[in-house]
Design a protein around this ligand. Structure first.
Ligand code: SAH
Length: 251
């Protein structure tokens, strides 16, 4: 059996119980060494085999999986955060499916929720935004034109921008154009949930300079939107004047 497991954002305690159990039993672990903390590996069996996918191409990863399957060994493919977000797992899953190899997916805590936790904010504030956009700017992987940051920013939804801090200048430029203002709160969270986590808060006006001063060039989430700093309405869910399925309103 092959299990794609979300390792979570870094802190080993942020993996799911189910994911941890798969790691403890796995014969082979293929992990994304560039982002997954090596601390996870201490939960493996003593004789488990390790592969760091940072040094492997797709064919090599698939080869390890297929060989293991034929030998009846269990494999954990450990991905950072949640595997369904920028995990490049579809091509792995499709190839396994073509070979008739069974696999399962175990979700994980994505770095965008870990970053929101780090800055102690709710992404979906009533009266501010009820939508979260997860995106990136184009790097080696292009982004469809309709999803350019300028047009996404026009929605004024809460946004988490992955894989883009190395290009913070161009992120900020596009956001200013989309929002039509520089006075928008933004947070850059480097290595959310790791011991060396760093948080940089600012506005579209000054964030580029602050990020440069903090020396952050990679492995960071960019969170942007009024949810970071604004007035909001109280939720209806806990409003004493409203009844819910579980609670009657106070008269
Ligand atoms: N599947 C992952 C994302 C992989 S893409 C997830 O769900 O989080 C890699 C990008 O994720 C990085 O460039 C960075 O933008 C972000 N990232 C991953 N771990 C992070 C962390 N601990 N703190 C901040 N950003 C992180």
């Amino acid at each position: 059996m092959i299990s794609f497991v979300g390792a979570g954002p870094g802190d080993v305690e942020l993996i799911t119980l189910k994911g941890l159990k798969r790691i403890e039993k796995a014969d082979i672990i293929i992990y994304a060494g560039s982002l997954v903390s090596e601390d996870h590996l201490k939960y493996c069996k003593k004789d488990a085999e390790f592969y760091n996918s940072a040094h492997m191409n797709l064919d090599e990863v698939l080869e390890v999986m297929k060989k293991a399957e034929h030998e009846g060994k269990s494999v954990v493919r450990l991905h950072t955060g949640d595997p369904s977000i920028y995990g490049a797992i579809q091509e792995q899953m499709d190839s396994l499916e073509r070979e008739g190899i069974q696999f399962e997916l175990i979700p994980g805590v994505s770095s965008f929720t870990a970053a929101a936790a780090a800055i102690k904010r709710e992404l979906t504030l009533p009266g501010v935004s009820q939508t979260v956009i997860l995106t990136r700017i184009a790097g080696r992987t292009p982004v469809p034109e309709d999803e350019d940051l300028v047009s996404l920013a026009k929605h004024k939804a809460s946004m988490a921008i992955f894989l883009s801090v190395g290009n913070i200048g161009s992120v900020v430029e596009k956001l200013i154009e989309g929002y039509g203002s520089k006075d928008i709160p933004i947070a850059v969270v480097y290595k959310a949930s790791w011991n060396d986590e760093k948080i940089v808060l600012g506005t579209l006006e000054d964030i580029e300079e602050r990020v440069a001063r903090a020396g952050i060039k990679r492995q960071a989430q960019i969170l942007v939107g009024d949810f970071i700093d604004s007035e909001y309405s109280l939720s209806k869910l806990y409003d004493k004047n409203f009844s819910t399925g579980f609670r009657k309103a106070k008269k």
